[in-house]
Write a protein that binds this ligand. Structure first.
Ligand SMILES: [Ca+2]
Ligand SMILES: [Ca+2]
Ligand SMILES: [Ca+2]
Ligand SMILES: [Ca+2]
Length: 317
C-alpha cells in the first residue's frame, strides 16, 4: 500500500499545473467525475480531473477490479472459459447446482465487460462440473457437463452456441463430480473423462469421432475410502507422447497420476503424488517451474493447501 501511495504522489506531482495547487500530500478523494485536467486548483473536499486520468491512475496503481458476469446463477459450482461461438472472443461457461443449469455467457465485444447469457441446458439435475472441447471434431466448440447421475456433452450444432443437441456419454453411475476431455488414446478423436464420487476414475473412448458411440474404460475403481474421487484431469505428465490421467481422491487425501503405458488407454500404472493431502478436492497439471516438464497441482479442502509437486524430481527418484 505504501508503494502505491508513492506512485500516486509522483503521478500528481508530474501532472501539468496551470495554477497554484494544493498540497498533494493531503489529497485523499480521487473518486469524483469529469472536470478540469490537472491537479486540484481550489482545494477542498473535491478534486478535479478527467475520467481518463482516473483510468490511468487505476492502471498505475494496479487496483484489483472484480467483474461479476452473473450474480444470480443459483449455487454456481463450476466455471470454464472457451470461445464458444468462434468469434475470436473468449466466453465463459458455468454449471449451477441448484439451478440444474449449464449456461454460457457471450463476451460481446471481447472486452469481458458486456455479456449475454445463453442456456445450454436448464434441466440438468444437480449440475456440478463443466468443460468445453470440440468433441465431434466439426470445428465448433461443444460443452461437456457432469451432474449427479450422468456425464453429458452438448453439440454446438451450427457454431453459434444457440442451438444445442444433447448426447449422453454415461448415465450408469451415480455421483459424477468432474468432467474433462482429451484425446486419451491418441487416435485424433476427443475422448471424455469423469470422476465419480463413489470411487471411479473413468474415460470413454469416442469410437468414431462423432461423439455418439462410446466405450467405457475404468482406470481406477474404488479408493480405500470408497466415496472419494473428486477431480480428474489429463495431460502427458511424463512426456512420452501418451496422454496420462490425474485424479484427486478426497477421503483418501490422495493425489495420483496414472501412466498410459502403451498410449492405448487400456493399461495404466498408478503413481502416487501425495497420500497425505488433506481432503484432496482438485488436481491439475502444468509446467509450473518452466523446466520443460509437466508438474502436478492440487487443492486440499481440509488442509487449506494449494500445492504443486515437481514431477521431474519425483520421476528421477
Ligand atoms: Ca466468443
Ligand atoms: Ca463440435
Ligand atoms: Ca481418442
Ligand atoms: Ca505420458
Amino acid at each position: 500500500m505504501f508503494s502505491r501511495i508513492i506512485v500516486l504522489a509522483a503521478f500528481l506531482v508530474v501532472l501539468p499545473q496551470p495554477e497554484a495547487y494544493a498540497d498533494t500530500a493531503t489529497q485523499t478523494d480521487l473518486s469524483c467525475g469529469d472536470g478540469i485536467l490537472g491537479s486540484v486548483i481550489d482545494w477542498g473536499n473535491e478534486c478535479y480531473c478527467k475520467l481518463m486520468n482516473i483510468a490511468l491512475l487505476r492502471t498505475m496503481l494496479q487496483l484489483p477490479l472484480e467483474h461479476t458476469i452473473d450474480g444470480d446463477f443459483d449455487a454456481a459450482r463450476s466455471v470454464h472459459s472457451a470461445d464458444i461461438n468462434g468469434d475470436g472472443c473468449m466466453d465463459v461457461i458455468g454449471a449451477a447446482y441448484s439451478a440444474d443449469e449449464i449456461s454460457w455467457w457471450e463476451n460481446l465485444d471481447g472486452s469481458a465487460t458486456s455479456w449475454t447469457k445463453h442456456t445450454v441446458d436448464g434441466d440438468f439435475f444437480e449440475a456440478n462440473s463443466v468443460f468445453s472441447a470440440d468433441v465431434n471434431g466439426d470445428g465448433y466448440m461443444d460443452v461437456l457437463g457432469s451432474a449427479f447421475r450422468c456425464i453429458t456433452w452438448w453439440e454446438n450444432v451450427d457454431g453459434s452456441g444457440t442451438i444445442w443437441t444433447e448426447h449422453t456419454v454415461s448415465s450408469d453411475f451415480s455421483g459424477a463430480v468432474s468432467v474433462y476431455s482429451a484425446d486419451v488414446n491418441g487416435d485424433g478423436y476427443m475422448d471424455v473423462l469423469g470422476a465419480f464420487h463413489y470411487g471411479y476414475i473413468t474415460w470413454w473412448e469416442n469410437m468414431d469421432g462423432s461423439g455418439t458411440r462410446w466405450t467405457e474404460y475404468t482406470i481406477r475403481q474404488y479408493f480405500n475410502e470408497g466415496t472419494s474421487a473428486y477431480s480428474v484431469y489429463s495431460a502427458d505428465v511424463n512426456g512420452d507422447g501418451c496422454m496420462d490421467v490425474l485424479g484427486a481422491a478426497m477421503c483418501d487425501h490422495l493425489i495420483t497420476w496414472w501412466e498410459n503405458v502403451d498410449g492405448s488407454g487400456t493399461s495404466w500404472t498408478e503413481h502416487t503424488v501425495s497420500g497425505n493431502f488433506g481432503y484432496a478436492e482438485s488436481v491439475y497439471s502444468a509446467d509450473v517451474n518452466g523446466d520443460g516438464c509437466m508438474d502436478v497441482l492440487g487443492a486440499a479442502m481440509q488442509a487449506d493447501d494449494i500445492t504443486w509437486w515437481d514431477l521431474t524430481a519425483m520421476l528421477s527418484e
